[in-house]
Design a protein around this ligand. Structure first.
Ligand SMILES: Nc1ncnc2c1ncn2[C@@H]1O[C@H](COP(=O)(O)OP(=O)(O)OP(=O)(O)O)[C@@H](O)[C@H]1O
Ligand SMILES: O=C(O)c1ccc[n+]([C@@H]2O[C@H](COP(=O)([O-])O)[C@@H](O)[C@H]2O)c1
Length: 186
């Protein structure tokens, strides 16, 4: 079994995440991709609460049988450190080959992550391409993975919602409906 853990704040999840995860699943031959919602990301302060971000990930991943939403970091108190998540995942899936996937931009700060130098002991670290963050800038043990570059971010989505603009096709339709109903980011 080959399992990908796609880590992010998902504030909110968008099609850039979904396309990157799908491409990574195909390229790496993954059986499953868990979207690990960072409840309290160490380097960011999300706007929407963890449970709302998790619900949006559930909605966004419901129709793809390879995908699921993970509560690993919601269940744990304190900052959502990746090393703790990978240790837990190793214990949960002792036989699996694990891949931790996130954007090339996030890995630039890897030396500052908690036990950053230990992460590769638990999983293969994979960086997906993102416009403006050349994969050539990455170094071992991070493995670069080209995916079609989608120049959208959660920040831009939050800005559009604040300005009363549409986010149709930026996020899956059920997430768009959820955001309309709940009023996040207005
Ligand atoms: N359009 C995209 N293409 C490829 N990777 C992406 C894209 N958007 C986000 N990612 C990556 O997915 C991971 C999780 O993303 P995150 O939830 O932080 O979204 P974000 O759009 O970067 O958020 P924000 O704009 O709030 O910083 C990050 O490592 C990020 O680099
Ligand atoms: O473990 C850490 O110290 C650490 C520091 C920064 C980011 N991360 C993880 O990197 C992933 C992408 O983070 P972000 O902030 O770009 O959404 C997400 O899973 C974070 O939990 C992890």
């Amino acid at each position: 079994m080959r399992i990908g853990l796609f880590g992010g704040s998902f504030d909110p999840i968008h099609i850039g995440h979904l396309l990157a995860a799908s491409e990574a699943a195909e390229a790496l031959g993954l059986d499953r991709v868990l979207f690990v919602v960072a409840a309290r990301p160490p380097h960011k302060t999300p706007i929407a609460p963890p449970e709302a971000r998790y619900e949006m990930v559930l909605l966004a991943t419901a129709e793809d049988e390879r995908f699921s939403a993970s509560r690993l970091e919601l269940a744990r108190p304190g900052p959502s450190y990746t090393v703790d998540t990978l240790r837990e995942a190793r214990a949960l899936f002792p036989e699996a080959e694990l891949f931790f996937i996130t954007g090339a931009d996030a890995y630039r700060d890897l030396p500052t992550w908690k036990e950053g130098e230990r992460l590769a002991d638990y999983a293969t670290l994979v960086a997906v391409a993102r416009p403006g963050y050349p994969l050539e800038a990455l170094s071992a043990p991070v493995i670069p993975l080209w995916v079609p570059e989608v120049g959208i971010s959660s920040t831009e989505i939050r800005r559009r919602i604040k300005e009363g603009r549409s986010v149709r096709y930026w996020v899956p339709r059920p997430v768009e409906v959820y955001l309309e109903r709940n009023g996040f980011y207005r």
